[in-house]
Ligand binder design. Structure first.
Ligand code: SF4
Length: 457
């Protein structure tokens, strides 16, 4: 039996089409609120209930409640930085795949990386996600190390996360040493037969190696890892159970839930053979999926990218999602150019709002835009992070840290949103319950006003 993803058990549960009662759903919801995670049986109840329209809104509302217990009202914002579109794999859904003749290939030089990261820093981003295809030359460990170093040395970007191919233990240790935050490897599809079909050639064809990549990362000391399934390649019900199964495996083995669960839905990419999802994932399904991830893996950052359209992104921010990208370009070098180069992109984006527009939207909706990076920098990672969030201690940090970073954004990057941001900061200071922490936050806010930067708890 595969201990990471028990496909047999998942199939067995998926074949059980019995309709849960609303009482069944409420008891799963109550269990989820204890922040200890859910079993696959519980997840199957939520999936079947969602499909049948039983307590659908209650599931979404509970997910939001759990998100707020864990992280308060803060929504973390980040931007991807694409390093290279060179790749030796043929993944039938991806614009960067090796045999795609319609993609304009590009790998950023060190100077170009600095320019791109500098552009994002100027917008106000503190955290970047470095994304690379798999190429022995263009995304070697040396190239990734050089890129991460260049960003830290030449810009004020505070944390770089990395989404890259599985690596050897030795290279993972080097990656850890370079000072990155989260290391992400998405399984794309956990359904092995589908996996073989959509990964036509290249090292990525090795399903098991990819599945074990994050165990190896944990062993190398990279204890904040990110997982995800590309929704639309196979039945989403299977994928969701598999993601929860993978997360549970990591938790049982390393005492740490995955730091993030990304929720990408297949989008067309120029020149790739799979132009529309073989398995439909409706907007309604998408909301349910985000909510289930939150309920089943409470401490994870549930992440939605700009693949999704504005209206849906706004909706999922109210059903458990805690991190969101903004103003993204998926073509390497794209930020320094005016127009979007769709023929050089990994996939099509559907929400083109800038960071400031997202900040404005989040603030107006009653949530708190956050550019915080503190946990990675003070060592609240892996098991420590999991423990802190599941004991309801993290929201205590998230609130003041979101206010401090919003203050910096207001002073250094905001144009039209300045007044709104100031009002949000003012209003939320009184929500810091601990008096000592509230006073310390007020002091740090004043220090930022006086020119100090990068203050956090
Ligand atoms: S305090 Fe930690 S969990 Fe909260 S926003 Fe900052 S980095 Fe994230």
């Amino acid at each position: 039996m595969n201990t990471i993803v028990d496909a047999e058990k998942i199939e067995f549960l998926l074949n059980d089409k019995s309709v849960p009662s609303s009482g069944d759903v409420y008891s799963v919801i109550e269990k989820a609120k204890k922040l200890k995670g859910l079993s696959l049986e519980d997840v199957s109840i939520l999936i079947n209930a969602g499909n049948e329209g039983i307590a659908f809104d209650e599931i979404l509302t509970a997910a939001q409640e759990v998100k707020e217990t864990c992280f308060g009202k803060r929504i973390v914002l980040f931007a991807p930085l694409y390093l290279t579109s060179e790749c030796i794999n043929n993944c039938l859904y991806c614009g960067f795949s090796k045999d795609n003749k319609e993609t304009a290939r590009n790998t950023l030089s060190k100077d170009e990386v600095i320019r791109e990261a500098g552009y994002l820093e100027k917008m106000g981003f503190n955290r970047l996600l470095l994304v690379a295809g798999e190429s022995p030359k263009s995304s070697s460990i040396e190239k990734i190390e050089e890129t991460v170093r260049a960003i830290y040395d030449h810009t004020d970007v505070r944390i770089v996360h990395v989404n890259a191919a599985p690596m050897t233990l030795e290279n993972l240790k080097r990656l850890k040493k370079s000072g990155i935050g989260v290391y992400q490897v998405f399984q794309e599809t956990y359904h092995e037969e589908t996996y073989q079909k959509v990964h036509a050639s290249g090292p990525k064809r090795d399903y098991q190696k990819r599945l074990q990549a994050l165990d190896l990362a944990m062993e190398a000391g990279l204890d904040d890892v990110g997982i995800g399934a590309l929704l639309g390649l196979y039945d989403w019900r299977f994928e969701v159970m598999a993601v929860v199964s993978h997360a549970t495996h990591l938790f049982r083995k390393y005492d740490a839930w995955p730091h993030t669960i990304s929720v990408p839905r297949l989008q067309p990419a120029v020149g790739s053979p799979i132009l529309s999802p073989p398995y439909e994932v409706t907007d309604r399904d998408f909301k349910l999926i985000c909510a289930i991830y939150r309920l089943a893996v409470p401490t994870a950052g549930v992440v939605v990218s700009t693949r999704e359209p504005e209206a849906l992104r706004d909706e999922v921010l109210k059903c458990g999602v805690s991190q969101i990208s903004a103003g993204s370009r998926t073509d390497p070098g794209g930020y320094s150019q005016d127009d979007e180069h769709y023929d050089a992109s990994q996939f099509k984006t559907n929400d083109h709002r800038s960071l400031e527009e997202m900040v404005e939207h989040i603030a107006k909706s009653g949530d708190l835009p956050s550019l915080c990076t503190s946990c990675y920098r003070v060592g609240r990672t892996g098991p420590v992070f999991t423990d802190s969030v599941s004991h309801e201690e993290m929201a205590r940090y998230c609130l003041p840290n979101s206010l401090l970073t919003l203050k910096e954004f207001t002073l250094d990057h905001a144009n039209g949103s300045r007044k709104l941001c100031e009002a949000v900061i003012e209003k939320n200071i009184s929500n810091i319950e601990d008096e000592k922490l509230r006073k310390a936050t007020v002091k740090k806010l004043a220090d930022i006003e006086q020119g100090k930067r990068d203050l956090f708890f």
